[in-house]
Design a protein. Sequence first.
Length: 488
Amino acid sequence: MKTRYIFFLLLAIVALKTVAHDYQTVYANQTVLFKNSLGINGLRVDSVKVAAADTILYPFATIQEVSAGCISPYKASWIGEKVVIKPDGTNLFFNRDGDTITLKTQALLNETWIAFQRADTFRVEARVQAAELGTVLGISDSVKTIAFRLLDQQGNMVDHALNKLKVKISKMYGFVETLNFYLYPDIFVRSPHDMPMSYTLAGLTNHKVGLQNLTWFDVNGFNPGDELHVQEHNIGDPNFFLPVREYYSRCIYKYLERTNHADSIVYRYARKQSIKTVYTDKTTLETFNDTVRSVVLANPGFDKLPGEPIFQGNSAQQMHMRNDEFRTKIQPSAMNELYVYSGNGDCWSTIAGEGCLPEKRYIDGLGGPYYQCRGYAGDSEERKLVYYKKGETEWGEKLVITGVQNLKNHAGLQVFPNPARNVVTFQLNDDSGTHEVRIYNQNGTLVKTEQFKGSTGKIKLTGFKNRIYFYRHTSSTSTEYSGKLVVD
């Protein structure tokens, strides 16, 4: 009996120590989302190093300016390149100049210290403003608040926005409110967003509390009974010869079946569509009904946390995320894409582009991409959601499509997936002849030609950029079709 009592006592002590741990700002085993007025930022520790008695945490890098005109997706997180956790509870952060920001997580109420010092010009004083029981995403926990004051050489307080910023630390979950320490304290702002900002904890992925990262399956999370009405309108650049001068599509999707797999979702949906196509020498109007089987494959790049670089060849992008009316991920305009121009890969630069290069929006449970842009030469692209019905929720104004024919009369060509990534399939109904598909870029340049026999042909999209293309399909039966292909 005595042995059993000692055993349970030891368990109680271990449990008590586990619960009553010290404050810490960032934890290696947590993936978190923070929000501010600009959107959502992700934070995850990718590696840990122990040096003497210090523990060093390395968050994943985001795309940051490392020097004038030089950008890198490898150097640092928005919160800094690393976080040093010292045995006494001091947490160190580092800005883009390598300067140190000191947070004393175990400091007592009203205790002060110098959080930052820039030579003999100014310093930032930190003070524990509050230490009280609060809530973290609805969970009760102790929260410590640290405020800042900007002081001149004589120790006088300087009137500056930095004085209004603060950090809050939860005992169990780390930062509840924090700053982008990579830009701290930069009182001489280089650009409008190049300054310290406040970030508030929005979600804990590991605990499934609060806001969660938007994934590809979330975007394509349709259920039987869901209905989407989508309208597209594209006008080509009049300065280039394009096989298609104008494309106008109205489409109604009604989802009938859904089957879940580990790496994919298979849908069957009814589609009613009207397509007006203006060629250089003619205009066609087609309306049709059909039923489509669609496979949504996993997309690891899209599933990365907001701000986490997505690499493709020699380019890198990062998705932005917002949680306003809808949970949304945004792929920036192609002019915000990055490419390596130096031999060692340390310095990247934004692409100089022109024309209609839209940012693309993907919406939780409502698909995408949706976009709108206008080029300098009068060219434009638009794809917008005009109506949806999900469960008991309805929004927007329904499309009305009349004069509908069966797909067999339309031609029986299906192009899927569209948007496509690696491979696109052209499939015809009951046709075993010879077919040719030509794909053109937005300037009207032929970029790929493929021929195949039978009812199905697959085309690899190796080397294709994330752009809008146009296809023209011809067959030995003199049937001709054309349309838009989105490579995403």
